[in-house]
Design a protein around this ligand. Structure first.
Ligand code: NAP
Length: 294
């Protein structure tokens, strides 16, 4: 049976540290660290994650402000919000939830997002800095924000004692906020990474030779036992609704239990660590402000 790599313990330990850092930042700022969340769609899955983020922030001593703009006000209104929040002395961090209305997710938006208030590294500057780094040390010493989900992938692996160095890793999914940064970070940790996507010709061969498979495609129960090599580690980023109406990952967790060596569950794997990483980054943004850093 596969070992389960659960994320809740790691999440709790990150959040415990976040709470004490938030308290220290609050005494330096004279107010709680604050995170503004922009979410356009109340009926999208992002709304569930927003609620979780707000609850976790409240428990950790971080103030949240939820903005739900009217899509009909258009792209310029969204850009205006990003400018306002960037200039607002009472806002330390800004989180923009996807999906955004059609035509809003454009480079201009990510140029406008203040890089000093950007806990998920959506801004051009933070994303650019990440991809300019060649080593993990450069990423850490650079001190910039990095995408939380990709960071959670690295953190959960390291917490489980998995050193990516020298490993053959397949990352499935090439989105700008998950797959690509995860592949890059693992490369910076000296793994040999193959980044797969929907047009990868022989994905079966790539998966079979991988010692570690990271899935981030958003397809319920897609990864099946015959697709990985026996004993491989599966890090499942996907959050989907399965045929039974319950949350599940990209990997068929139950079926893979006899094939995978180690596997993260959904829920309870990468997700809680991502949430903790976001709060950690929001506090980091507040700390940077106390030091007057950009
Ligand atoms: P996305 O932007 O929709 O990207 C999906 C990627 O998967 C694309 O690169 C796509 O390839 C690839 N893909 C789709 N079907 C494929 C297939 N059959 N074979 C190979 N590649 C395939 O998604 P995302 O925002 O990266 O999110 C991915 C998943 O992670 C979703 O389930 C999301 O809910 C979840 N997520 C979880 C967390 C967490 O904390 N656990 C955080 C964020 C996201 P093309 O580029 O060729 O289209």
């Amino acid at each position: 049976m596969a070992d389960i790599i659960e994320g809740k313990t790691l999440s709790r330990s990150i959040l415990a540290e976040v709470s004490s850092r938030a308290a220290a930042a609050a005494s330096a700022l004279g107010r709680k660290p604050s995170l503004a969340i922009i979410n356009y769609y109340a009926d999208s899955p992002s709304a569930i994650y927003v609620k979780r983020k707000m609850t976790a922030c409240a428990a950790a001593g971080i103030e949240t402000r939820l903005l739900m703009p009217d899509e009909a006000k258009g792209k310029e209104h969204f850009f205006g919000l990003l400018r306002e929040l960037g200039a607002d002395a009472g806002t330390d961090a800004i989180m923009v939830e996807r999906p955004l209305p059609p035509g809003f997710d454009v480079p201009e938006a990510w140029e406008l997002l203040d890089p000093a208030k950007d806990p998920d590294a959506l801004s051009t500057l933070n994303m650019g800095r990440l991809f300019l780094a060649k080593t993990w040390r450069e990423i850490e010493e650079g001190g910039s924000f990095v995408p939380c989900t990709a960071l959670a992938v690295v953190k959960i692996m390291r917490h489980a004692g998995i050193d990516p160095s020298g490993r053959e890793i397949a990352v499935v999914g090439r989105s700008a906020i998950v797959g690509r940064p995860a592949a890059h970070m693992l490369t910076c940790l000296d793994a040999t990474v193959t980044l797969c996507h929907s047009r990868t010709k022989d994905i079966a061969a790539v998966l079979k030779r991988a010692e570690i498979v990271v899935t981030a495609i958003g397809k319920a129960l897609w990864l099946k036992p015959g697709m990985i090599s026996p004993g491989a580690t599966v890090i499942d980023v996907g959050t989907n609704i399965g045929p039974d109406g319950k949350m599940c990952g990209d990997a068929d967790f139950a079926a893979l239990a006899g094939t995978a060596g180690r596997i993260t569950p959904v829920p309870g794997g990468v997700g809680p660590v991502t949430l903790a990483c976001l709060l950690e980054a929001a506090v980091k943004a507040a700390e940077k402000r106390t030091r007057g850093e950009k």
